[in-house]
Write a protein that binds this ligand. Structure first.
Ligand code: NI
Length: 138
């Protein structure tokens, strides 16, 4: 088994706000991320897949194909968008780094399988201090 990673990036806006809470509680829990008029992040996305090396190509997957998949199915949907209001798959979900990672995983997993590999990890870097790694499952 060998692991290979493709890195892409996107920019997006969001706010973290639980509508069931009042403004004070949202500010207490989410701090600056609860800012009513949104804020942005430069997200870095690392997609790691695993599999066997193909004897004919020397690849687990063709990284150009993986890059094209991430661009068409993830970056096109998220880049320069407001994650709270522009992305149908994220409506009614708090667009935290955790939830966006799960959203990305659910889209990519079957498509990586169709490429003959297995999705191993979605790593989403939100700031230089914070990132999430999702390996699937609960
Ligand atoms: Ni934020």
């Amino acid at each position: 088994m060998i692991y290979i990673t493709r890195k892409e990036h996107f920019n997006a806006a969001h706010k973290l706000c639980n509508d069931a809470w009042d403004k004070a509680k949202n500010l207490e829990v989410f701090g600056k991320c609860a800012n009513e008029n949104w804020h942005g992040h430069n997200y870095e996305l690392f997609v790691t897949v695993k599999g066997q090396v193909n004897k004919d190509t020397g690849f687990v997957v063709n990284l150009k194909d993986l890059g094209d998949l991430i661009k068409s199915d993830i970056i096109e949907i998220l880049d320069h968008k407001n994650l709270n209001v522009d992305v149908s798959g994220l409506s009614n979900i708090l667009p935290s780094t955790e939830n966006v990672s799960i959203f990305i995983w659910d889209i990519l997993k079957p498509k990586v399988n169709a490429m003959g590999a297995e999705l191993h990890c979605v790593k989403l870097v939100e700031t230089e201090n914070n990132y999430v790694e999702y390996f699937g499952g609960k």
